[in-house]
Design a protein around this ligand. Structure first.
Ligand code: MEV
Length: 429
């Protein structure tokens, strides 16, 4: 304890922090924790993001954190070849998509579809003594509700979107019955959070007026189960290492389907691919993740988002269905120059196309994870890439990185101490 710095004088109460420039904030933060000059300079280097854009994207910006964007090859989706940009810090994720896509390419690749672009906004009404009659009163106002909602976003309506339907449910809660109104809105090429939240807020006073109750929450639901993307692909058994591999993948799916502990990891693997492209295109990773996991639990038991079977010809077929609330306009998609570049690489012109590509990537990711798990295990491939990170952490530069990584993998010891020893050996030789 004697070596610990004295931090008692530090205060996190920094007056006017949000009004300062990025550089001023960074200086304060660096002084606060004794950040060395090199680290502070790296943090403050906003790289490919204009510092003014960064400063306006979130609050109290002091810098940026860059993560690699890789491009998955071999993807054929609905008869079209596509290069897929993926932003991720995890090694093996991009390679997994490339490998899965290569092995089903000759069979036609991925076929995708979409249930529609409908988002749901919820309005929570409490304090009504007759919730069933309040429910019907709200349903009676469907035309008024459509008018109020559509008036919130004439541009959306002009592009063919807007209010589509109304659902009202009475739910029992710990605090008594609640009347929950769902506004079902076609948000077209927008993810739609802003559009539907505005509608819900605008409508709330009317709902209070019609029912005499009190509205509290007015917010979208991330369980976007009316915006479900689907992907399907067939892998011939001989292209993936034979019938035993096929059966191993199907058995791995049966495990995930039956056991939430396994399903969580199975779906995490799917999200490795999904979140990487959602992030690369400037979309909201947490919204898609929340939707995925809620959808996986919609039966009351958390289960696999994919399904795997054997076709009559003995091929392996996989399908994925999951909510995919992503857009091409709004949020960081238009503001972040790299998100725009990634959308250009994909060549998509509609949010639905993007959603469908993401579903294909999720399925590809799941295929590769299950194939590895059902055969050699994931550590072999993973460690080869991880070894490169460890080599860099040990100080390897340029060609040393590969040399150290290869030596670590050959020795079967991917550890920082082994990397340092190997690096020293290379440099001394
Ligand atoms: C690792 O990031 C993802 C996997 O654990 C997924 C899975 O187990 O299916 C390999």
């Amino acid at each position: 304890m004697a070596d610990m710095p004295n931090t008692s004088a530090r205060s996190s109460r920094i007056s006017g922090f949000h009004k300062m420039s990025t550089a001023e904030r960074l200086k304060i933060v660096a002084d606060f924790c004794g950040l060395d000059e090199q680290s502070a300079a790296l943090l403050g280097n906003t790289g490919n993001l204009d510092p003014h854009i960064a400063d306006h994207m979130i609050e109290n910006v002091v810098g940026t954190m860059t993560i690699p964007v890789g491009v998955a090859t071999n993807m054929r989706i609905d008869g079209k070849d596509i290069l897929v940009p993926m932003a991720t810090e995890e090694s093996s994720v991009v390679a997994a998509v490339c490998n899965a896509a290569r092995q089903c390419y000759d069979e036609g690749g991925f076929t995708t579809s979409m249930s529609g672009a409908l988002m749901i906004a919820q309005v929570q009404l409490v304090g009504v003594s007759d919730p069933e009659s309040a429910r019907i009163k709200i349903l009676e106002r469907k035309n008024d509700i459509k008018e109020i909602c559509d008036a919130c976003d004439p541009v959306l309506v002009k592009f063919g979107g807007g209010f589509r339907d109304l659902e009202v449910r009475v739910i029992e809660s710990r605090g008594g019955p609640m009347v929950i109104t769902h506004l079902i809105v076609d948000t077209r090429d927008a993810m739609g959070a802003n559009a539907v939240n505005t509608m819900a807020e605008k409508l709330a006073p009317s709902i209070e007026g019609w029912t005499g109750g009190k509205v509290f929450l007015r917010i979208l639901s991330n369980l976007a189960d009316r915006r479900v993307a689907r992907a399907r692909a067939v892998w011939p058994a001989e292209a993936i290492g034979g019938e035993a591999v096929r059966d191993g993948i199907i058995s791995a799916y049966h495990f995930a389907e039956a056991d939430p502990y396994r399903a969580a990891t199975h779906n995490k693997g799917i999200m490795n691919g999904v979140s990487a492209i959602v992030l690369a295109t400037g979309n909201d990773t947490r919204a898609v993740e929340a939707g995925a996991h809620a959808y996986a639990a919609r039966s009351g038991r958390y289960t696999s988002l994919t399904r795997w079977e054997k076709t009559a010809e003995g091929h392996l077929v996989g399908v994925l269905e999951m909510p995919m609330a992503v857009g091409l306009i709004g949020g960081a998609t238009k503001v972040h120059p790299i998100a725009r570049a990634c959308l250009s690489i994909l060549g998509v012109t509609a949010a639905e196309e993007l959603a469908r590509i993401i579903a294909a990537v999720g399925l590809a990711q799941n295929f590769s994870a299950l194939r590895a798990l059902a055969t050699t295990g994931i550590q072999k491939g993973h460690m080869a890439l991880h070894a490169q990170n460890v080599a860099i952490m040990a100080g390897a530069l340029g060609a040393e990185v590969d040399a150290v990584a290869r030596a670590l993998v050959a020795a079967g010891t991917v550890r920082i101490d082994a990397a340092e020893a190997e690096l020293a050996k290379i440099r001394n030789s």
